[in-house]
Design a protein around this ligand. Structure first.
Ligand code: ATP
Length: 298
């Protein structure tokens, strides 16, 4: 659906994006994570046309501009309106017909949990209220693509859960969602795809299960592990890691597990403990940004 090819963007001497490539399939919830300054907001701002790239291309020709909804990192609102007045004003300005306006405002308020406080003025509104209003504003036109810059920022745990539910519902209703966040727990709960950015380019990207590879591992703890046995096991092709008297293997690879166990049986080595360990997104993320993972070919 969206094809981002070799995008670069500099701000003076800072290379915010550096030959970045990303394809966002229709119907996905695509998460962007990465350290502060990695270039996430710049990429999102490029997609909505708030900044222009220095090089590269973005193909969103399948969409007309009205079909993109955007929640900025730091939403700002005029304070003198009530929530519903503001959404009605926004709808009018963006060309929603009088016939549809009332219904679309109501639906946006219902979806974002703002209906009961729609009469409230925005002045002095809590961070959570304003963040939900920013989402209500982004979804007013029922966009085909939603671009959300840190939608969970500043929300309490209940509001975060509500935000996750809204995003899943919007996605079920047909919206493709691209979101940046620092909240890894939310990523694992809502995203179908994930890209890890660092210093303006992508280190990992793809389906969630591809980005968090071998997500379950098996740890075999042995009574001892002689060097010659370790050498035999090392010779077996596969992702085998050693830590003292422990061997760490991907759980899903039955052939590999059987081959390792066969060597242990032949050598008469006792397995004193067997445990399963789930590799978290946090571990993958830390390994990726600290250079522990090989960068993807772009
Ligand atoms: P964060 O997680 O902190 O929001 P980010 O990944 O969204 O960071 P960006 O905001 O895209 O990162 O910034 C990428 C780099 O570009 C940073 O070094 C930032 O200081 C710089 N930058 C972004 N916008 C501008 C601008 N308008 N003028 C100058 N430098 C900018």
């Amino acid at each position: 659906m969206i094809n981002i090819v070799d995008i670069s963007k500099r701000f003076g001497h800072i290379a915010a994006l550096n030959k970045l490539n990303l394809q966002i399939p229709a119907g996905s919830i695509y998460g962007l994570i990465g350290p502060n300054g990695a270039g996430k907001s710049t990429l999102l701002r490029l997609l909505v046309g708030l900044v222009a790239q220095d090089a590269g291309s973005i193909d969103i020709s399948c969409l007309i501009p009205d079909e993109i909804g955007y929640l900025p990192e730091r939403p700002r609102f005029p304070t003198r309106f009530t929530i519903s007045e503001y959404l009605r004003l926004l709808g009018t300005v963006s060309g929603i017909s009088d016939i549809d306006l009332g219904r679309q405002v109501r639906e946006s308020l219902d979806m974002t949990g703002l209906a009961s406080i729609a009469h409230r003025r925005m002045q002095g509104g809590s961070k959570g209220m304003l963040q939900r209003l920013a989402l209500a504003q982004a979804i007013m036109d029922r966009p085909e693509l939603l671009i959300l810059d840190e939608p969970f920022a500043g929300l309490d745990p209940g509001a975060q859960a509500a935000m996750r539910d809204v995003l899943l519902q919007l996605n079920r209703n047909g919206s493709t969602i691209l979101l940046s966040t620092h909240r890894l727990a939310d990523v694992t709960q809502v995203c179908t795809h994930l890209a890890i950015l660092s210093r303006g380019h992508i280190i990992r990207k793809g389906l969630m299960e591809e980005v968090i590879p071998g997500s379950t591992r098996v740890i075999l703890t042995l009574d001892n592990l002689a060097t010659d046995v370790q050498d035999q096991i090392s010779a077996i092709p596969g992702d085998i890691r050693f830590d003292g008297n422990s061997i760490d293997l991907p759980d899903g690879d039955l052939t590999l597990k059987n081959a390792v166990i066969q060597v242990l049986i032949s050598a008469g080595i006792d397995v004193t403990r067997l445990e399963r360990k789930r590799v978290s997104l946090e571990e993958t993320y830390i390994a990726a940004i600290s250079g522990g993972l090989v960068e993807e070919e772009e």
